[in-house]
Write a protein that binds this ligand. Structure first.
Ligand SMILES: C[S@@+](CC[C@H](N)C(=O)[O-])C[C@H]1O[C@@H](n2cnc3c(N)ncnc32)[C@H](O)[C@@H]1O
Length: 244
């Protein structure tokens, strides 16, 4: 039997949503409003929220007039997101390494570090090539990633967080290519252990990847209020690119 990939496992558990519960609708609202002000999208624009989780950004995009498709690998998350399905707001289980054949989009959003999960670096190209295929000519791409340089320089190696009665023991490490997070906790007398492993992609690597897959980098931002990106100081690396 092949081992399930870490992201298929961890993101499909309710515990992921407990640990990251501060990444909520309010944060999504602020960020999406800023992005739509910046992108100046017309009402009725077809957008894709790629790796949408439970759909917090999808719902906000729809509330602001976009026609939205949210895709995610996690069946549990899509089940919850789909409760909000309505005219112009749809969700489906889908792996972002492959194009979603049903439709083309004007804008693709990939938000909150939903990139760089794979063992092989080539898989990043596969994701961008499939995004390229799903976008209309001149279509736009927004990727919201961590600022890997800052995360590595300020790596908190061990941390304990208690949320909703569960105490999570977190251990972080950088192996030269990936940032690893070990997540251990007990619930109802049972011990759990999950991992996260995200490639520490820099702006230089993103630019190379975008150029190799038919995109042009337009602009970068460093936080959810769209301040300029500074590799030493910014918390986020937010990329705006255009399909060429
Ligand atoms: C950090 S979460 C972000 C979720 C959402 N964008 C948000 O901000 O709430 C990453 C998401 O990527 C999804 N994911 C991981 N690998 C995927 C893949 N190969 N295809 C599609 N989604 C994937 C996970 O299921 C998870 O929902």
């Amino acid at each position: 039997m092949t081992k399930k990939e870490w992201f298929a496992d961890w993101f499909n558990t309710p515990y992921y949503h407990t640990l990251y519960k501060h990444r909520d609708d309010q944060e999504a609202e602020l960020f999406i409003k800023r992005l739509l002000d910046y992108l100046k999208l017309k009402s009725g624009t077809e957008v894709l929220d790629l790796a949408c989780g439970k759909g917090r950004h999808s719902r906000m995009l729809h509330a602001l007039g976009m026609r939205v498709t949210g895709l995610d690998l996690s069946e549990a998350s899509i089940r919850e997101a789909a409760e909000f399905t309505s005219e112009g707001l749809n969700f489906a289980v889908h792996d972002m390494r492959y194009p979603f054949e049903k439709q083309q989009f004007d804008v693709v959003f990939n938000l909150f570090t939903s990139f760089g999960y794979f063992d092989e670096l080539d898989a990043n190209e596969a994701v961008l090539k499939s995004v390229h295929q799903m976008l209309t000519v001149d279509g736009q791409l927004i990727i919201d990633f961590m600022n890997a340089k800052k995360v590595i320089s300020q790596l908190v190696k061990q941390e304990e967080k208690t949320i909703d009665g569960i105490t999570f023991q977190l251990e972080r490490a950088f192996d030269g290519q990936h940032i690893h997070k070990q997540i251990r906790f007990k619930d109802n007398g049972r011990d759990f252990h999950f991992s996260e492993r995200v490639q520490a992609l820099t702006i230089t690597e993103f630019t190379q990847l975008l150029n190799a897959t038919g995109f042009e980098l337009i602009r970068t931002f460093g936080d959810f209020s769209l301040q300029p990106f500074n590799e030493n100081e910014s918390d986020r690396l937010i990329i705006h690119a255009r399909r060429i």
